[in-house]
Design a protein. Structure first.
Length: 267
């Protein structure tokens, strides 16, 4: 079974093995990686985390778990520009630095093992966590509680002053949604580092893990353009037009598609 198939098989389990699936994503980029070795490293971290948790019922320890990880030096990646290792979970586990989503995936796996109630929230710009039934969200980078006011400020900082917080921003998400977002992060980081073939693997995975949006097709079209693959670029532009609701953008995409067709016809 190849790494992509192994990733999808993990997500099809009941319950889904989301953390292991994310490790198979890393194997796509580092074939020598053995997920079983990383899971053994996680066993050791689980023991460290459990030793430092307060004496309270496990379902009530969501925030304490995040604070314990903070004490063990798990923090947001401060390296700029960000590199793919901020999103690859085996690197995050070993370096104790990562993007909010990567830190959240680690926390969620530990929570599952320790029977601590915790859910992922696909919040725009900054992945968050929640304890089911709580009136607040949690920042996976620190364990800080975020109430409605803080969530609104976080949203405005990401989307601008015209953004409005709504219930869809606060919904719990499943493993596929988390790994689709992880794949988008990796696509962006690999492209930024100039590794277009690696970014293309991530872009393809995005489309496999859930319904793609307009940006997903445009992002892959850009990669195909960089890799000088007009057939692939044409395919994604055609699908982008079908998903586009903006008449001006549809016109622009149509012109780009015609130009691509004319250029290809010259060869």
């Amino acid at each position: 079974m190849n790494p992509r198939a192994a990733c999808l098989a993990c997500l099809d389990r009941q319950p889904a093995a989301t953390f292991e699936a994310a490790l198979w994503i890393a194997v796509e980029h580092q074939p020598e990686l053995q997920p079983a070795d990383v899971l053994r490293e996680l066993d050791s971290l689980q023991h460290q985390v459990a030793q430092g948790l307060p004496a309270a019922p496990a379902p009530e320890l969501g925030q304490a778990l995040l604070r314990r990880l903070n004490q063990l030096d798990f923090h947001p990646e401060d390296e700029q520009p960000l590199r793919p290792r901020a999103a690859l979970l085996h690197q995050v586990l070993r370096r104790r630095r990562g993007q909010p989503l990567s830190l959240a995936l680690l926390a969620l796996e530990l929570a599952r093992r320790l029977e601590i109630a915790l859910q992922g929230v696909n919040f725009p710009g900054h992945f968050l966590l929640r304890v089911p039934g709580a009136d607040h969200l949690l920042d996976p980078c620190s364990g800080r509680r975020l109430y409605t006011r803080e969530c609104r400020e976080l949203l405005l900082g990401h989307l601008g002053p015209s953004a409005e917080l709504n219930a869809s921003h606060l919904l719990a998400c499943d493993g596929r949604a988390m790994l689709q977002r992880l794949s988008r992060n990796l696509r962006h980081l690999h492209q930024g580092s100039g590794d277009y073939l690696a970014a293309l693997k991530d872009a393809e995975r995005v489309l496999q893990l859930g319904a793609p949006n307009l940006h997903d097709h445009l992002a892959r079209a850009e990669l195909y353009q960089l890799l000088e693959c007009p057939q692939g670029e044409r395919f994604d532009l055609q699908h982008a037009i079908l998903l586009c609701d903006d008449p001006v953008q549809r016109l622009h995409l149509g012109q780009r598609l015609r130009l691509l067709h004319d250029t290809a016809a010259l060869h």
